[in-house]
Design a protein around this ligand. Structure first.
Ligand code: NDP
Length: 272
């Protein structure tokens, strides 16, 4: 049976085996999908051992997305631009690498939540791997303006300069937001993982905004609570992104596009 795995450290919390096993069952694909924990600094050895044992592909999660980038022999443009890899495919001695986080996020926002970015004002908060992976897919969706805001403003400015050839993007610090409001506000910082709130003002929200939190399974994070308190009617967490990026990887490996809706419904935790 074809073998796949998700690799990370720690990995106990992962939903990927559940998601991919359900995708396989529902699409009639015979495969085995497991979780693999590797020690810090041990990514390459673990990935090589998995390949040599017949592994066909891997999802890669924290903290190994940069290690996977270095391990790849063939990177897609998207992975190259993201500077990180979240999926590997082992074929004929090659290690193909892609990054589906950003396109998974975009698909969740546009297809599942029904908020097309074209012509809209979009605020993306954060300057780490997840934000970086979203930049090119977001710009390809042609928002009127994409504002990237980060605690370390220089990082946002540098990323905006790098991605300027792909669309209308500006990089700012939070203090520079200056009462601007947005149609779509995405929290791609890691603040919620520590129950912290990025230093964003409620002015960024309008009642018809979408407030999207990348962290998932945490209920109402401080960011979502802020949005709710500001009267925002549509709140979402990152469970749809998680399932959609998994579906993209599954399609890349197996050539079959799984139905994501049952899995999103199964994993969704009420935002209360
Ligand atoms: P990184 O560690 O790469 O980046 C974290 C970013 O958050 C940095 O830019 C940092 O700013 C910023 N930050 C951290 N704390 C604060 C704070 N208190 N206030 C303001 N900014 C802050 O993390 P990732 O990009 O990998 O992950 C970001 C989030 O996305 C996490 O919650 C993660 O769980 C989630 N995620 C969800 C996925 C999904 O499928 N739903 C997939 C991948 C990630 P600075 O640069 O100034 O240090």
């Amino acid at each position: 049976m074809d073998r796949y795995a998700v690799i990370g450290s720690p990995i106990g919390h992962t939903k990927s085996p559940l998601i991919h096993t359900a995708f396989a069952k529902n699409s009639g694909q015979a495969l085995e999908y497991t979780a693999l924990e590797a020690p810090l600094g041990g990514f390459a050895a673990a990935a090589t051992a998995f390949r040599e044992a017949g592994g066909r592909g891997m999802n890669v999660t924290a903290p190994f997305k940069l290690d996977a980038f270095a391990y790849a022999t063939d990177l897609t443009d998207r992975a190259h631009l993201a500077g990180a890899v979240n999926a590997l495919k082992f074929e004929g001695g090659k290690v193909y690498a892609d990054n589906f986080d950003g396109v998974g996020l975009l698909r969740d926002v546009e297809q599942n939540l029904g908020r097309l970015m074209c012509g809209k004002r979009v605020l993306l908060m954060g300057g780490g791997g997840a934000a970086r992976g979203a930049l090119q897919p977001f710009l390809a969706a042609q928002p009127a303006e994409l504002v990237l805001v980060n605690r370390t403003a220089e990082k946002a400015q540098a990323l905006a300069a790098q991605f300027a050839p792909y669309g209308n993007i500006v990089g700012l610090g939070y203090a520079d937001l200056d009462h601007r409001s947005f149609d779509i506000v995405v929290n791609a910082t890691s603040a919620s993982l520590r129950s912290e709130l990025p230093p964003v003002h409620t002015d960024v929200f309008r009642p018809d905004s979408l407030a999207y939190e990348l962290a998932y399974g945490k209920g109402l994070t401080p960011f979502l609570r802020l949005a709710q308190g500001a009267g925002v009617g549509r709140l979402a967490d990152g469970v749809g992104m998680l399932v959609e990026q998994a579906a993209k990887a599954f399609f890349w490996w197996r050539g079959v596009r799984p139905d994501t809706r049952p899995m999103i419904a199964q994993l969704t935790v009420p935002l209360t």
